[in-house]
Design a protein around this ligand. Structure first.
Ligand code: NI
Length: 179
């Protein structure tokens, strides 16, 4: 396993439409997933998308092993490898909450996301995934899957009064997990 460099906003490779994965359970795919997991853990991230390590495929990983301080009511999100994902909103209800990104270090913004979603796809072995999620779990999935469409969260900010440096916005809190 290798900790890979995380691309930062401004790198054109973050703006690509990622390619679908056609073959599962290959050595290349399993190695890539292992590298992504190592990279996310090293960065204390809550999620990571393949384009963030310049891997042009529709693959994201996410998960939180513990309750996150800013979302004390959020249930821990199981560690998940999600490939070729499809997200369907289950209602028109939105959540507006703070978000960060490992490709946009030090910054944070309030971003609108669907509150309730269904997401489908596959794991690295080709097993089907079909889940419903809400709240923080739903937000992380939407943030990560945006990366596969070349979208970084600043593109979704509506109120730029709620976009700033983490250290200024939340000086009393420890650095928050980003995705
Ligand atoms: Ni991100």
């Amino acid at each position: 396993m290798t900790v890979r460099e995380i691309l930062k906003m401004g790198d054109a490779r973050l703006l690509r439409q990622a390619k679908a994965i056609e073959h599962f359970n290959t050595p290349e795919l399993l190695q890539g997933v292992a590298d992504m997991k190592e990279t996310m853990l090293a960065a204390s991230g809550a999620g990571l998308a393949a384009p963030q390590i310049a891997w042009d495929v529709q693959l994201v990983i996410f998960g939180t092993g513990q309750v996150i301080s800013r979302y004390p009511d959020a249930a821990p999100v199981p560690f998940t490898v999600l490939i070729n994902p499809v997200i369907t909103p289950l209602s028109s209800e939105e959540q507006n909450d703070w978000e960060g990104c490992l490709s946009v270090p030090g910054l944070r913004a309030v971003v609108p996301r669907w509150q309730h979603i269904r997401y489908t796809g596959f794991d690295q072995f080709g097993n089907e995934i079909d889940r419903t999620a809400e709240g923080f779990h739903a937000k992380v999935v939407q943030h990560e899957c945006d990366h596969l469409n070349g979208i970084l969260y600043p593109q979704r900010v509506r109120d730029f009064a709620k976009f700033g440096f983490n250290s200024v916005l939340f000086p009393e809190l420890a650095p928050e997990k980003s995705a």
